[in-house]
Design a protein around this ligand. Structure first.
Ligand SMILES: C[C@H](O)[C@H](O)[C@H]1CNC2=NC(N)=NC(=O)C2=N1
Length: 103
């Protein structure tokens, strides 16, 4: 699945990052972390991200700390490169973050 997806060029990545403050490409992944006002809000964010990931059929590596959620995503099906699928997931995550009281 997604075998037809193309990696984004450096220029495309730069343009798309400009619309996602706080996100960066490090290594071969699109990344961001969020801080919350406690553990339960951080866990709720993880569950909400999981629901979006299942909807999209695209899944980030999530790390959960006490009040921290880390997100790192690339597209496995083309060997772990950054594609529009990764930016699509990032956009959806970014849109729900304020509702979880991200600080
Ligand atoms: C069949 C299923 O849609 C694929 O295995 C999806 C699942 N989630 C995925 N997530 C990510 N990050 N990259 C993929 O290539 C990918 N492929």
């Amino acid at each position: 699945m997604n075998a037809q997806v193309e990696p984004l060029s450096d220029k495309e990545i730069e343009e798309r990052l400009a619309e996602l403050p706080g996100w960066s490409v490090e290594g071969d992944s699109l990344r961001r972390h969020y801080l919350f006002h406690g553990h339960v809000p951080a866990v709720a964010m993880v569950v909400h991200i999981a629901q979006i990931q299942e909807e999209l059929g695209h899944h980030a590596d999530l790390t959960l700390g006490y009040n921290r959620v880390g997100v790192a995503v690339n597209t496995h099906s083309i060997g772990g490169r950054v594609t529009h699928l990764d930016f699509g997931l990032a956009r959806r995550i970014e849109d729900i973050a304020p509702g979880h009281g991200v600080r």
